[in-house]
Design a protein around this ligand. Structure first.
Ligand code: GCW
Length: 711
C-alpha cells in the first residue's frame, strides 16, 4: 500500500518529465524569467479581441491558451478596450487602432502582415496586434506568443512584419492508401477512409502549427498523382479538410493527374489541345470550386519518372500547364507546374535536361502559372549547387521547391538541421546580380505570384516528424518562406527555446550542434561534391557500387564515375558541359578545377586520385579524411547531447540519444562502405592512424533493406 501511495505521488513528476513532442513549438510553458514574467503580466492582463469570424475565434482561443500557459494565470477576455491590456484586431473591429503610427505600419503590412506595437492608452502602456485582415491578426498573435515563448522584452515594441513570399506551402507526397512517398514519420495524417465525417483533431492542430509559422497552402496529395482524388467522393473529403483549414488561412491544392480525362472521364485522349479535354477539365474545376470556393489550384508533375503529360501528345509543358490554367483562371486558381523532368531516352546529363526543356518556354505560360523548381538540378542532394533555371527564366514566376522530408539526408534517424541548406541556396548569386531568394520573392522580375514549397516531413507519428529535431525543419521552412533574410542561427535559437527550454547554455550548445549537423552529414556521406550514391529505390544508406538499374541515371555509378584515374562528374566543357547553363558570373566559381571550392569539386570535375587539394592532402587522402572526420563528428554530437540531459525531459532526451546512436552507426557504415568501394579504383591505402573498416566490401554490398520506409 505504502509503495503504491509513493508511486502515485511520484507519477505527476514522472509525467512532467515526459514529453512526446506532439505539442511541437507551441508548448506555452510558464515563463521562467521572473522579471520578464512580471513585465508580461503587467502588459497582458486582459485580452481585447473583438471581431466576429472563425479566424478571430481562433485568435481569442490561441491568445488565451498561450498567455494563460506562459503567464501561469488565466488571462480573461474583456469586451471593452481597457488600458494595460492586449488589444488585437483590425481597425474596422477596433477604432482604438486608428492612430497614425498603426496606420503607417498597416500601410506596409499588406493582406497577411501585422503590426505589433506598444501604445499608450489612457496613460497606460498596452500592447497592440493590428492587421488589415483577420488572418494578419492571427499571424501577429502567434508572433507575440513567440516573443514571450523565447523570453524577449515586449516593453517597447514596434514591429511591422509582412511575408516576403506569397505562397508558403507544404507539398504532401501522401497517397490515398495512407502511405507517404518518402515519408519517415508513419502513415499519412489524412485518413481518407474516415473523412469527411470524422474530423481528427490532428487536422486542427496541423492547421494551427502551420499558421503559427505562416504557411498558407497545402498540397494534400502526392505529385505521383491518383486521378481518384478528383472524383466526387474524394472531393467531399477534401472539402472537409479545406473547411478545417480555412480559418487558419490555409488553402488546399491538389495534384492533377494529367491522364485523369482518360481514367475517370471516359475520354479517349488527354491531349491538352483537344476541345473535349479542355471542356472536361473546365467542368471538373467547376465541380471542385462548388465544394471548395477558395480552392488554390493544381500542382502537376508531368512527363517525369513515368507520369503522363502533354508530351504524350507531342505538346509542350506550356500547352499542358496553360490548358489547366485556363480552367482555374475564372476562379482565381493557379497552376504550379513542376520543372523536375528528365528522361531515360535523353542521353544527356540529367543535370541539363530540365533547363533544356523549360528555357525555350520562358514567357509562354499563362499569368496564373508558376514553375516549381527544385533547389538543385539533380534531386534534393545533401549539397547541390543551385538550379541553373533560377538564373534563366526572367519571364516566368519561379517557385522554390525544397525538401523537408529527409529523403537523402538520413531520413528520420539522423539529426540534420536543414535551414543552412535552404539558406545556402537562397543566398546563391544567380550571376545577374540577383540571388536565388530575389528571383523567387519577385524582386528580379516584379512578379506578384511568388512561392516557396517544402515537401512535408509530417506523418501520423505522435511527434509528427519522426525525429524530434526534424520538427525544426518544418519550422524553418515556414519561417524562411515568411522571411528568407532570417538566419539559420536565429531560427534554430527560437525553435529550441520554444521546443525545449530558454536556458542559455542549452540553447547555445544545441543550436551550435544543429548548425553543424548538415555539414557533418555531407561530410560523412557525400563529401567533396559526391552525390546520389545512396541505396537505390529507398535511398537508405550507401550503395555507390550499384550499376544494374534500368535507367542509367538511376545508378550511383552514373554520378561518381570513379575509375582508375580518379573520381567525379566532369560537367565542364570537356564533359557534359552542364556548367554552360549557368550565367558566366555563377559558372566562374566552379569551372576551373583549381578554383572550384572543395565542396563542389566532384560535382563538376573528374579529378585524379593524386590531385593535390587545398589542404595539401591528395584527393584520395582527403576523401578518407572527410569520411573519418564526419563519423567522428557524429560521435561528438552524441557527447554534446548527453551533456544536455539535465535540460531536457526524459522522453525526448532518450529518443534523441538513441537516434544519435543510430546516426553514428550509419556514419561508420557510410564511411567503411564508400571507402572500401572507392579503394577498388584508387588502389591506395586508407592512411595510417585511421581505424580499419570492421567488415569487407562484400559484406556492405550484401546488405538489403526490402522494407526500408518511404517507398
Ligand atoms: O526525389 C525523387 C523521389 C521520388 C519523387 C521525385 C519527385 C514524388 O525519389 O520519390 O516522386 O523525386 O520529386 O517527383
Amino acid at each position: 500500500m505504502r509503495k503504491l501511495t509513493f508511486l502515485l505521488l511520484l507519477l505527476p513528476c514522472l509525467t512532467a518529465f515526459a514529453e512526446n513532442g506532439y505539442d511541437l513549438w507551441l508548448r506555452y510553458k510558464k515563463v521562467s524569467n521572473k522579471a520578464l514574467l512580471q513585465s508580461y503580466q503587467q502588459r497582458l492582463h486582459a485580452i481585447v479581441a473583438p471581431g466576429n469570424s472563425p479566424t478571430m475565434d481562433i485568435v481569442r482561443q490561441e491568445l488565451q491558451q498561450g498567455l494563460s500557459g506562459l503567464l501561469g494565470a488565466n488571462i480573461p477576455l474583456t469586451a471593452a478596450p481597457r488600458a494595460g491590456a492586449l488589444i488585437a484586431g483590425t481597425p474596422q473591429q477596433q477604432p482604438l487602432l486608428r492612430n497614425a503610427a498603426i496606420t503607417a505600419g498597416l500601410a506596409k503590412a499588406g493582406n497577411e502582415g501585422f503590426v505589433l506595437s506598444t501604445q499608450n492608452i489612457n496613460g497606460q502602456p498596452c500592447t497592440v496586434i493590428a492587421a488589415n485582415t483577420d488572418i494578419g491578426v492571427l499571424y501577429g498573435a502567434f508572433h507575440l506568443l513567440r516573443l514571450l515563448q523565447t523570453e524577449q522584452p515586449i516593453a517597447s515594441l514596434h514591429i511591422v512584419s509582412a511575408p516576403r513570399i506569397r505562397l508558403r506551402m507544404l507539398n504532401h507526397w501522401d497517397n490515398l492508401n495512407r502511405t507517404v512517398e518518402r515519408g519517415y514519420a508513419g502513415f499519412s495524417i489524412w485518413n481518407w477512409h474516415t473523412l469527411p465525417d470524422y474530423i481528427d483533431p490532428r487536422y486542427i492542430d496541423y492547421a494551427r502549427a502551420n499558421a503559427s509559422i505562416g504557411i498558407n497552402g497545402a498540397v494534400l496529395t502526392n505529385v505521383n498523382a491518383n486521378a481518384t482524388m478528383l472524383t466526387a467522393p474524394y472531393l467531399e473529403k477534401v472539402k472537409a479538410l479545406a473547411d478545417v483549414f480555412r480559418p487558419y488561412g490555409i488553402r488546399v491544392y491538389l495534384t492533377a493527374r494529367f491522364s485523369a480525362p482518360l481514367e475517370i472521364g471516359g475520354l479517349k485522349t488527354a491531349d491538352p489541345l483537344d476541345p473535349g479535354v479542355q471542356q472536361w477539365w473546365q467542368q471538373k474545376v467547376k465541380e471542385i470550386y462548388q465544394y471548395i470556393p477558395d480552392f488554390g489550384g493544381f500542382l502537376v508533375k508531368a512527363n517525369s519518372e513515368g507520369q503522363p503529360g502533354p508530351q504524350d501528345y507531342h505538346r509542350t509543358h506550356a500547352d499542358g500547364a496553360n490548358m489547366l490554367a485556363d480552367a482555374v483562371a475564372p476562379f482565381n486558381g493557379i497552376v504550379i507546374w513542376r520543372a523536375f523532368v528528365y528522361s531515360h531516352t535523353n542521353p544527356l546529363d540529367r543535370h541539363t535536361q530540365a533547363y533544356d526543356e523549360f528555357t525555350p518556354l520562358d514567357g509562354r505560360f499563362r499569368k496564373n502559372v508558376m514553375l516549381q523548381v527544385k533547389n538543385g538540378a539533380i534531386d534534393f542532394m545533401p549539397r547541390e549547387p543551385f538550379h541553373p533555371l533560377f538564373g534563366a527564366m526572367p519571364h516566368t514566376p519561379l517557385m522554390m521547391e525544397f525538401q523537408v522530408t529527409q529523403e537523402y539526408l538520413g531520413q528520420a534517424t539522423n539529426l540534420v538541421y536543414l535551414a543552412p541548406l535552404y539558406k545556402e541556396v537562397l543566398e546563391s548569386n544567380t550571376g545577374n546580380g540577383y540571388t536565388v531568394a530575389q528571383v523567387i520573392d519577385g524582386t528580379r522580375s516584379h512578379d506578384t505570384l511568388t512561392g516557396m514549397a517544402g515537401v512535408a516531413n509530417i506523418g501520423n507519428d505522435i511527434n509528427w516528424c519522426g525525429h524530434p529535431f526534424a520538427q525544426a525543419n518544418w519550422y524553418a521552412l515556414g519561417r524562411l518562406a515568411w522571411d528568407h533574410s532570417l538566419s539559420s542561427a536565429a531560427i534554430a535559437n527560437e525553435w529550441l527555446r520554444m521546443t525545449f527550454t530558454n536556458d542559455a547554455h542549452f540553447v547555445d550548445t544545441a543550436a551550435a550542434m544543429m548548425l553543424r549537423s548538415r555539414e557533418i552529414y555531407v561530410q560523412s556521406t557525400n563529401p567533396l561534391g559526391l552525390h546520389h550514391i545512396m541505396g537505390t529505390g529507398h535511398h537508405y544508406g550507401p550503395a555507390p557500387w550499384v550499376d544494374n538499374q534500368a535507367r542509367p541515371e538511376w545508378n550511383p555509378v552514373y554520378y561518381h564515375k570513379a575509375d582508375s584515374v580518379g573520381i567525379g562528374f566532369d560537367r565542364t566543357a570537356t564533359g557534359s558541359n552542364a556548367l554552360a547553363q549557368y550565367l558566366p558570373k555563377a559558372r566562374e566559381q566552379w569551372e576551373d578545377l583549381r578554383a572550384c571550392p572543395d565542396a563542389y569539386l566532384l560535382w563538376f570535375h573528374h579529378a585524379p586520385w593524386q590531385y593535390r587539394m587545398r589542404s595539401g592532402r591528395t584527393l584520395w587522402d582527403e576523401l578518407c579524411y572527410q569520411y573519418y572526420t564526419g563519423a567522428a563528428r557524429t560521435a561528438a554530437m552524441q557527447q554534446t547531447w548527453n551533456k544536455l540531459q539535465p535540460y531536457v525531459d526524459q522522453q525526448r532526451f532518450r529518443e534523441v540519444a538513441m537516434l544519435l546512436g543510430i546516426q553514428h552507426k550509419e556514419a561508420i557504415w557510410w564511411r567503411n562502405a564508400c571507402l572500401l568501394y572507392f579503394q577498388t579504383f584508387s588502389r591506395l591505402p586508407i592512411p595510417a592512424g585511421y581505424e580499419r573498416p570492421a567488415a569487407t566490401l562484400e559484406y556492405y554490398k550484401s546488405l538489403r533493406f526490402p522494407y526500408a520506409p518511404g517507398i
